[in-house]
Design a protein around this ligand. Structure first.
Ligand code: ARG
Length: 579
């Protein structure tokens, strides 16, 4: 089933071409900006009129005739408005029919993509030297939402957790491990708190020059493939990944060990990267380091900016690995899109990597490389979110606090539940609140992390939406006869019709998120949907209505609940039947 918007675009596009004599006209169909403008409007007439030099309203009238001639059962009536807009009013009967065809299976509402693509989603990708901290939250949940949305559309998603496991810090960490191992031998316990382990190692490194030297030579040995160093390193990485997995599980994020494509994976390719750049005559030496200078990248004073590929001591850099990864995604995986869900502060890095990759043939024309940038999570003081003493906050601690706060909230709202019920609700609500607060903001902006607004039952929040869902479910439970075989038969009340139309628009929103990668579109949609349900509920009696009307309204309510559940699921948020 095509979306309403797509169906209307085809009809109006065809009519516009016919009326103007131009081929492939874009009718620019959008959802109407106000209810008095109908359900959708087509705004494409004005620019075409300009092109062919005729009066826009005259062309609009011809288009209206040409649409009417197609006699689509979807369209009730049309009108020309303003300078040449066409307002489209849809037929109630057609909307009802569409909704009933879904038969409560939202799968039918979100059609599989016409041309499923292979899409790499690089997300989360923390550095493994330390534990995940709040700075990893956004990338992890935005990336996961995009992966879910694209997967829902039937694309083949290849998750890539490009963890940092190969940098100089690992020399320090394994040297410290080896030092401790000789005296104690209880490493896994030591590593239980990676953060303090890292701090202790760093202190050793800063205080003892001999240790620092050992650490430096350790990196060289590690990267050169020395067995003993590799064993220690592997032990450390395994522990660190367990920490990550615990966070992913708690967050209900779909990443697992099989999605790992660590920096170290590309180690064996790096020599080849340098060779290829050399062959393309792109490498030059600057201050002893091998760099690529591209004319489009200059600093403030116009001096060329380097992309450093190899340091004087032979070490490779972040960009070198990313070039190898671009090649892997382009040629080995043969993906059609590669999304990099990474902090906006790395924008220049990705522009440079993509440009060098194109210049040197690390990528092909067939893949679209997209940096899905996100802003910083701020504290209320307007600075990056930290503890009072200025330390970074471990992600796992933040999530535990969310659950604790949700527990208090739920106990207040609904006293008299059993303890076990509280725990389940608190876990789901707490995690949902954190995720939703993030996903509902435009990802490119910085945003202020604020417990009280994200845990409110009012406004555009997870608790509000989850509560709306639970409320509909409780209404449906009151209906004794079961919901099978009941159909929507009426949409005469305005509130009823708005809700119905909104439900049918879910796939259009999913399309938008899949294309532009802004999860906040979906959040806004769900918030509006829940609001429309509440209005419907207030103005249209359900259980007290006469049987035929009651059934129709129950069917509509059930569909609204399913839509909310589906939408929240795409955000990575689980619903509750009761809260
Ligand atoms: N590990 C990097 C960091 O923590 C992010 C990696 C993102 N992905 C990539 N292909 N560069 O900043």
């Amino acid at each position: 089933m095509n979306t309403l918007k797509l169906t209307l675009s085809q009809i109006a596009g065809h009519a516009l071409s016919e009326a103007s004599g131009l081929e492939n006209c874009d009718p620019n169909v959008i959802t109407a900006s106000k209810p008095e403008f109908g359900d959708y409007q087509s705004n494409g007439v004005m620019s075409i009129a300009k092109k062919i030099g005729c009066k826009p309203r005259e062309l609009a009238n011809l288009v209206v005739e040409a649409i009417a001639a197609q006699a689509s059962p979807l369209i009730e009536r049309l009108e020309v408005a303003g300078p040449g807009f066409i307002n489209i009013h849809l037929s109630d009967a057609a909307l009802i029919q569409r909704a009933n065809e879904i038969e409560g299976d939202l799968g039918k509402l979100i059609p599989p993509a016409d041309a499923p693509e292979k899409i790499v989603v690089d997300y989360s990708s923390p550095n493994l030297a330390k534990e995940m901290h709040v700075g990893h939250l956004r990338g992890t949940i935005i990336g996961d939402c995009l992966a879910r949305v694209l997967e829902r559309q039937g694309h083949e998603i290849i998750r890539q957790n490009h963890v940092g496991d190969w940098g100089t810090q690992f020399g320090m960490l394994i040297s410290y491990m080896r030092e401790l191992g000789e005296t104690k031998g209880d490493l896994p316990t030591q590593l239980a708190d990676l953060e303090s382990f890292y701090r202790a190692a760093k202190q050793r490194f800063d205080e003892d020059p001999d240790f620092a030297n050992i650490a430096r030579s350790s990196v060289v040995k590690l990267q050169g493939g020395d067995e003993e160093h590799l064993t220690a390193w592997q032990l450390f990485i395994d522990e660190s990944l367990k920490h990550c997995q615990a966070v992913y599980d708690k967050l209900n994020v779909t990443l697992s060990r099989k999605d790992l494509k660590a920096e170290s994976f590309y180690n064996k390719e790096l020599e080849g990267v340098v060779k290829k750049l050399e062959d393309a005559a792109l490498l030059s030496v600057s201050d002893g380091a091998r760099c690529v200078f591209l004319p489009e990248f200059t600093g403030k004073d116009g001096e060329p900016l380097p992309v450093i590929i190899q340091k004087t001591d032979g070490g490779y850099l972040y960009a070198t690995t990313d070039l190898a990864a671009v090649a892997y995604r382009s040629f080995t995986l043969q993906a059609e899109r590669s999304l990099y869900v990474v902090d906006a502060r790395q924008s220049l890095h990705f522009q440079q990597v993509f440009a060098v990759a194109r210049a040197a043939g690390f990528t092909s024309e067939n893949i679209s490389l997209e940096h899905i940038a996100y802003g910083t999570m701020m504290g209320k003081d307007g600075r990056p979110f930290k503890t009072r003493s200025g330390d970074t906050i471990k992600l796992v601690d933040l999530l535990d606090e969310a659950i604790r706060r949700a527990h208090e909230l739920v106990a207040e709202k609904n006293p008299g539940l059993e303890d076990a019920a509280y725990s389940e609700i608190a876990e789901k609500v707490g995690i949902a609140a954190v995720k939703y607060a993030d996903l509902s903001k435009n990802r490119t902006s910085d945003y202020v992390f604020d417990w009280s607004s994200m845990l409110s039952f009012e406004g555009n929040t997870a608790p509000y939406l989850m509560y709306a869902y639970a409320r509909i479910r409780s209404i449906l439970r009151k209906q004794e006869l079961g919901l099978e075989n009941i159909q929507i038969t009426t949409a005469t009340e305005a509130a009823e019709r708005y809700l119905l139309l909104k439900i049918l628009q879910l796939p259009e929103i999913v399309d938008m998120v899949a294309r532009d990668c802004y999860p906040n579109f979906l959040c806004n949609y769900l918030y509006e949907l829940a609001g429309l349900f509440m209005r419907f509920y207030e103005s249209c009696p359900i259980l007290k209505a006469e049987p035929k009307l009651r059934d129709s309204r129950l069917a509509l309510s059930a569909l609204a609940a399913a839509t909310l559940q589906q939408g929240l699921g795409l955000l990575g948020i689980e619903t509750l039947e009761q809260m």
